[in-house]
Design a protein around this ligand. Structure first.
Ligand code: ZN
Length: 438
């Protein structure tokens, strides 16, 4: 199986910010006087003031001790105020690790929509564990690993909620906190004018914006672009991103990153809406018709999310769930459809053989459709399992984005176990019911 690109966080230790991109780890980097950035998977920024720290984000729970220990090599100030840029598990779940022994509970600021996100997590913890296992694990076993079972409320949830904007002053240092729907509906960006430091959260991650993630709730690339322009307008000298390395005292680069990313998102939104306006074609046809912007800039490479998925995000928000393909309005069970296709093709084996021929010919998209039908039609067939797995392994090798590679790696791993991408009576979906792990 191709390597899980999550390994890149380790492989990129010590690499430059441009080479490591989304996968940069490092710090503490002094961003401005008494201001530091540290990143392990996701980044945190600490502003020391005379009253204590203003801490922006808190990392993944499993990374928080390391992040905090690194930060504590440069400052022992207690946390006065924490601000969560969004309610994702890599931003809002690590705060306890940063508290000094005996210090009072800090004020915790977040956007008003954040508690509703935690409620959704609590209601869909199983779903979120499964999709994150596919996105980050890419194996059959990952879905049972504890690292993915972290969805619910953080131990220290926000106690101070705001709507559009909140300004605070701590120890004489002021901060603007702005709401901007982007990767999430509860997203904030923070600016400290005196130190000219911008914390955009995941509105900037040294990668194609994570605006299209195929398994997750609605994202807002049009508001995101407007927020990036608002951030450029405050003219920060330094930028501490949600993922990737910091920009220190380089206002021209901050501006370029923010405005190029805004242009990139706006191009996809505008082009997608233009195709939707042409008589509402089926979703697949819209995806094929939109020309995606391409950039040489290291902060706009598709290493995490895939720009094609941003088209889907726009369709989902402005359109309905119906794919536009009449047969899919009230579809047959997928296994029944696969059985019909296989019978017409001369059996699941014939479909699998053709799928592998298409891989050889370089048509990965078509190959995967046939591999799906083959495995769904005859999931117990060892030759079909192996062929479908090889198709998805080849597909994963051909892709660049972490979440695409891992979803295809996961498909290959499940194919090898004879678990197709459809609910099968007796074994449930991919063996989640009544089947012990093999
Ligand atoms: Zn993040």
């Amino acid at each position: 199986m191709p390597d899980n690109p999550a390994q890149k966080f380790l492989q990129m230790r010590g690499a430059s910010r441009e080479d490591a991109k989304f996968f940069w780890s490092g710090g503490p980097v002094e961003i401005a006087p008494r201001t530091w950035f540290v990143s392990r998977f996701s980044g945190i920024t600490a502003f020391e003031t005379d009253e204590g720290l203003v801490l922006v984000d808190s990392g993944l729970k499993i990374m928080a001790a390391d992040l905090a220990a690194t930060l504590r090599t440069v400052t022992k100030a207690p946390v006065h105020t924490a601000i969560f840029t969004q309610g994702h598990t890599d931003h809002a779940f690590g705060l306890e690790a940063f508290l000094m022994p005996g210090q009072p509970r800090p004020r915790i600021i977040a956007h008003r929509a954040m508690p509703a996100r935690f409620e959704r997590y609590a209601r869909t913890a199983g779903y979120n564990a499964a999709i994150n296992a596919r996105q980050f694990g890419g194996t059959v076993r990952a879905a049972n690993e504890d690292g993915y079972k972290t969805f619910g409320f953080p131990a220290l949830p926000p106690d101070t909620l705001y709507d559009q904007r909140m300004d605070i002053t701590v120890g004489g240092l002021s901060f603007q906190i702005h709401h901007c729907r982007g990767e999430t509906d509860d997203h904030s960006w923070i600016y400290c004018p005196k130190r000219s430091v911008l914390c955009p959260g995941d509105l900037m991650i040294w990668a194609v914006p994570n605006a299209g993630n195929p398994q997750k709730v609605q994202r807002y690339p049009w508001d995101w672009a407007a927020g990036l322009r608002a951030m450029a307008a405050v003219a920060p000298a330094s930028l501490c991103p949600g993922h990737g390395g910091p920009v220190v005292n380089d206002p021209a680069l901050c501006r370029r990153i923010l405005l190029e990313t805004a242009d990139f998102l706006e191009a996809i939104v505008t082009r997608t809406l233009a195709v939707m306006e042409q008589g509402a074609p089926p979703h697949v046809d819209i995806v094929q018709a939109v020309e995606l912007p391409v950039s040489d800039s290291p902060w706009l490479q598709p290493v995490y999310d895939d720009a094609e998925f941003i088209i889907r995000t726009v369709i989902r928000y402005f359109g309905g769930w119906y794919s536009g393909r009449p047969g899919e309005l009230k579809p047959a069970p997928r296994a029944a459809l696969a059985g019909e296709i296989a019978a017409l093709a001369g059996g699941a084996g014939a479909l699998a053989t053709r799928a592998e021929a298409l891989v050889t010919a370089g048509d990965m998209r078509l190959a995967c459709h046939l591999a799906d039908f083959a495995l769904e039609a005859d999931p117990g067939n060892a030759a079909v399992q192996a062929a479908a797995a090889r198709v998805y392994e080849a597909r994963a090798e051909s892709e660049t984005a972490l979440m695409v590679i891992n979803i295809f790696n996961s498909a290959a791993a499940y194919a090898r176990e004879g678990l197709p991408h459809t609910i099968v009576p007796e074994i449930g979906f991919r063996g989640t019911k009544a089947r012990s792990p093999r």
